[in-house]
Design a protein around this ligand. Structure first.
Ligand code: 5AD
Ligand code: SF4
Length: 587
């Protein structure tokens, strides 16, 4: 086996369900000359022998097991102002980026977009520079996704391309370092280092604080990995860097991980246990974004509405959780803490001109107080993502989603009663283990019944480690999965077109993002339901400055009269510039 140089790989075993507990599962060190261990697999091409010797001799007097255990179990949220001692085997200087240029590439979900900025914020503080030009990069980091086989294949293909870049590197330059970050690093661990010798660094989703150290190790020609999952890492004190100054919106991560263990899903294994960021630090970030002039924040998390800040002691710790009617959890009901309704209330009060969205929620956590808040606050968007996954109760049970089709449909009706005009979106999986033609027809009928405004539809991809992998059979042939997926897409589009056409003739509040990608004379923005709205760039009145003629700029709110709609876009013409507060709900 190829060695992971100098990195302690401590994995916490995660047991799920009512008696969930944490135990130290394995403790492996792959380090030549370490006081503990074991194997080394020198790779002659990648070594500068002198540097390694020097490095290795420093390691011999380096950290002990106690050092690692201490750092592994130490509380992870530190104040950014705290000065830390470098690990004993690396000098402070070696931990610095020394103006090396980092190129970051993001794959997968919005969590990964946010994680990219967290990783960058940490590296920037260590003296790295960022480049958007791959050719001039000294360090290339891929923030990866494992949710489906195809997502991982994309990364393997990309690594082949990067290999060429690495071998073409001139001797006069510092060697190019390549890192795999995020879910794929966590899922495959050293398998990546074994398969692709050109990968220098692996960092799981909870190990980004360790990136400067991992890169310092890689600098000496060793491969370095940290795939430790944490119970409390939320990067609460790491403010992501807002990279695009013209941006109108930002993501704010509020929780990480997932305790649901849906049988098809790899996420609980790659991102670990559910944990929430303290409310105070979320509010601080939202306030900063508001001061920077941003007009929209999307609260992010794998189960954003299962939010539960337990960081402060409250009185109501015995209050149990209100689940949506007809919904159950795969884990013992949790109690106490500050819940999502509290957070949403607080966040929406920061800036009445700032739109608030959240994704991705779980349908089980929509108590009435959350729905009421969405209904009554002008700046909380009337848009709810309600991932159904299937329209068949039999399949939902096999997926361990904790609800039946009937409970889901009842929730949809309840939401629509509370929030008239709400925009709904969903995720569906075609061809899950054991899905029959009859089950598939049920999913088609759910799409027709609910008539979503947006949808994300996928063919099932069996993932190792999941419950489905161990207990179920991936027995729907590939071509059947794809045929069913096509059918779902067709039905979704027909229904979304109908749903979106109800906006034609209405006036909607649109947050302007900038020029339309398709036409230099059109602008593009989003309505409250998060649908793209395209309209000609024309002069208009500003309602707060009567008589003043203006042109819309990114970050402006404008009223647009909708003239046509498709399954994905609305078109219209602009009426006037306004503010969120001044524009009550139109149509
Ligand atoms: N195969 C296909 N789709 C999946 N999803 C999650 N796991 C899988 C899988 N193994 C989908 C679900 C989830 C979305 C983020 O990805 O629909 O809601
Ligand atoms: Fe995966 Fe289910 Fe958790 Fe979503 S709720 S991340 S689908 S396990």
């Amino acid at each position: 086996m190829h060695s992971l140089q100098c990195v302690l790989q401590v994995q916490r075993s995660l047991r799920w369900g009512p008696m969930a507990s944490v135990s130290w599962l394995s403790l492996r060190m792959c380090m030549a000359h370490s006081s503990l261990s074991s194997t080394t697999c020198p790779n002659p091409e990648r070594q500068e022998a002198g540097a390694r010797k020097d490095f290795s001799s420093r390691l011999a007097t380096g950290p002990t097991l106690q050092h690692f255990l201490r750092s592994a179990s130490a509380p992870q949220e530190k104040l950014s102002s705290e000065v830390e001692d470098p690990p004993p085997y690396l000098t402070m200087d070696e931990l610095l980026g020394r103006q090396r240029k980092v190129y970051l590439e993001t794959y997968g979900c919005q969590m990964n977009v946010n994680d990219t900025e967290i990783a960058w914020s940490i590296l920037q503080k260590s003296g790295y520079l960022r480049t958007s030009n791959l050719q001039e990069a000294d360090v290339i980091l891929l923030v990866t996704c494992s949710i489906r086989e195809k997502a991982e294949q994309t990364i393997w293909n990309r690594l082949h391309q990067l290999k060429a870049l690495k071998t073409r590197r001139l001797r006069s330059q510092v060697p190019l370092r390549i890192g795999i970050l995020g879910c794929m690093a966590e899922r495959l661990k050293e398998e990546i280092l074994n398969r692709e010798k050109m990968v220098d660094v692996l960092a799981g989703p909870d190990a980004y604080r360790d990136l400067p150290r991992l890169l310092a190790v890689a600098e000496s020609g060793q491969q370095a990995a940290n795939v430790l999952l944490s119970l409390d890492e939320t990067y609460a004190d790491v403010m992501p860097v807002q990279t695009s100054p013209s941006a109108t919106s930002a993501f704010v991560s509020i929780m990480r991980g997932c305790d649901n263990m849906c049988t098809y899903c790899i996420v609980p294994f790659t991102r670990g246990r559910e944990r929430s960021r303290p409310v105070a630090s979320i509010l601080e970030e939202v306030r900063k974004l508001s001061e920077q002039g941003l007009k929209e924040v999307t609260l992010l998390g794998q189960n954003v509405n299962s939010f539960r800040d337990n960081s402060e002691v409250q009185f109501n710790n015995a209050v149990s959780t209100n689940l949506s009617r007809g919904f159950t959890t795969n884990y013992k009901t949790k109690q106490g803490g500050l819940r999502f309704a509290h957070l949403l209330d607080q966040v929406s009060r920061v800036d009445p001109e700032m739109r608030i969205r959240f994704t991705s929620p779980h349908p089980k956590d929509f108590p009435d107080e959350v729905l009421q808040l969405i209904h009554e606050r002008d700046n909380i968007c009337k848009q709810i993502h309600l991932p159904a996954q299937s329209g068949s109760s039999r399949v939902l049970e096999a997926m361990r989603r904790g609800y039946s089709r009937e409970a889901y449909v009842e929730l949809v009706h309840h939401i629509r009663e509370f929030i008239p005009g709400v925009s709904l979106s969903s995720d569906f999986i075609a061809g899950f283990c054991g899905e029959t033609e009859e089950d598939h027809i049920q999913t088609v009928s759910l799409l027709r019944e609910v008539q979503y405004n947006m949808g994300f539809l996928f063919a099932y991809s069996m993932r190792q480690k999941t419950r489905a992998y161990h207990r179920l059979k991936d027995d729907v042939p590939e071509e059947v999965k794809l045929r069913r997926l096509e059918e779902l897409i067709t039905v979704f589009r027909e229904e979304a077109t109908k749903a979106n056409q109800t906006s034609v003739g209405c006036t909607q509040l649109v947050l302007v993002e900038g020029l339309s990608k398709r036409s230099a004379t059109d602008l593009c923005g989003r309505n409250d339901g998060n649908l793209k709205v395209i309209f000609p760039d024309a002069e208009m009145e500003d309602v707060n400055n009567p008589g003043l003629r203006v042109r819309a700029q990114p970050g402006d709110y404008v009223l647009v009269q909708i003239t046509s709609a498709s399954s994905q876009t609305l078109k219209g013409h602009v009426l006037c510039r306004t503010t969120l507060k001044d524009s009550s709900t139109y149509c």
